[in-house]
Structure formats: C-alpha cells, structure tokens
Ligand binder design. Structure first.
Ligand code: ZN
Ligand code: ZN
Ligand code: ZN
Ligand code: ZN
Length: 115
C-alpha cells in the first residue's frame, strides 16, 4: 500500500503520509504534531500531553533552555535533549536496552550514537 505524499512541516519536501520520520531533514513526525512518548496528536503551545501526562517541553540538560516536542536538539547549545527509537521514533531513555513502545532492541543505536 502506498500512502499519499504531503509536505514536511519542517523542510517542505514531500514525504509519505505514513512516514514516522522525514527522510530529508531527519525530524520525527513530519506531518503532524504528536506527543513524542505516546504519539497522541497535540496542539501547538501544549506543555503537557493530555493523553499520557508526560511533559512536552523539557529543559535542556546542559543549558536549561526549554525544548519543545518537535526539537530533539537544543536550539541554544545544540545538545541532544531527546533520543528516539530508530524504529517507531518514540522517545527512549539514554542507555535503555529496548524501546518501551515497540520493543526494538537499541544496542546498535546507542553504539551508533557513541554512547
Ligand atoms: Zn523534512
Ligand atoms: Zn503522550
Ligand atoms: Zn542547551
Ligand atoms: Zn520503538
């Protein structure tokens, strides 16, 4: 089954509507704002997900600048603020053995990140 293509909301390139990640700019959820933990749709400006109650805006671990649900890298200091499962793009805790959401093993992923 082939999905329709729609413009990525970050870079504007056309991506398959079923893509979890834009292949052009490498950002998660190119077509719709969703909670990075449970994938429920969210509205701009929300700070907490109304489905799983996890915080959507988190402080950067290095400089403390707030990072919203669409930024995995701090806009101020470029530190990584979130890691995502390479299979389903749900947020995973650094060093976790597998993804809580889809069960994908993460060992190779951490190795590729140098962790
Ligand atoms: Zn893109
Ligand atoms: Zn959620
Ligand atoms: Zn920062
Ligand atoms: Zn996963």
């Amino acid at each position: 089954m082939v999905g329709y293509k729609k413009p990525c909301r970050f870079c504007g390139n056309l991506v398959d509507e079923l893509s979890a990640m834009c292949p052009f700019c490498n950002r998660a959820h190119p077509l719709q704002s969703v909670c990075p933990y449970c994938m429920a749709p969210i509205s701009p400006g929300w700070t907490v997900c109304n489905a799983c109650a996890k915080p959507l805006v988190i402080p950067c671990p290095r400089c403390g600048a707030p990072a919203g649900p669409d930024s995995d890298v701090c806009e101020r200091c470029r530190s990584v603020v979130r890691y995502r499962c390479p299979t389903c793009v749900a947020v995973v805790m650094p060093g976790a053995k597998k993804c809580d959401r889809c069960g994908a093993k993460l060992k190779e992923y951490w190795k590729s990140k140098g962790l």
